[in-house]
Design a protein around this ligand. Structure first.
Ligand SMILES: [Cu+2]
Length: 183
């Protein structure tokens, strides 16, 4: 009788853990964002067709673009569509990046335009246009679709989320093993 009680409470604990885990999974689905290295292995450089590159992917709100390049040789200016087309960065600049490892969070379902302003690089094709769709979560999209201010900074938050996720996976594996041992 006592052992039966122990098993029952163990089962309850296990199922509540899984319920909590499931909640986290759902939360993650809404928070998780894909990360794209612009140009893939080529990075952010001259001589690459970024139109072809951007056409390969479907960007959604929360995704992160990572521009990788040799610092000083290039830069990343977030600009208006007009400036993207004219390559004239004297106007229409929203934001500038120059770290060589720039992370830009696509915080809104809109279009984003980026150019490099170093000597004729933009004219030579070093410009990127990306259109971002609403979060792809099915149903109840109202909350996830709410416009949020673009938080385009160090992607530390994304990295931390990745670590949390790994921790959770480890936790789940351990729990599963323990649970299997009970029977
Ligand atoms: Cu450049």
């Amino acid at each position: 009788m006592a052992s039966h009680l122990v098993v029952t409470s163990r089962l309850t604990a296990t199922s509540s853990f899984f319920f909590f885990f499931f909640l986290c999974l759902v939360a993650r689905h809404h928070l998780e964002a894909a990360e794209y290295t612009v140009g893939d292995a080529d990075g952010w450089d001259t001589g690459i067709n970024y139109l072809l590159w951007s056409n390969k992917y479907n960007f959604t709100v929360g995704d992160v673009l990572v521009f990788k390049y040799v610092q000083v040789q290039h830069n990343v200016y977030q600009v208006t569509e007009e400036t993207y087309r004219s390559c004239d960065s004297s106007t229409g600049v929203t934001r500038t990046y120059d770290s060589g490892d720039d992370r830009v969070t696509l915080g809104e379902a809109t279009s984003y335009w980026f150019i490099c302003t170093i000597n004729g690089h933009c004219q030579a094709g070093m410009r990127l246009a990306v259109s971002v769709a609403k979060s792809s979560s099915d149903g109840g999209g109202a909350t996830s679709a709410a416009p949020s201010p673009p938080e385009q900074d160090n992607g530390a938050a994304g990295g931390r989320m990745g670590w949390w996720w790994k921790a959770w996976m480890l936790c789940l594996s351990l729990c599963l093993l323990t649970w299997l041992n009970c029977f």
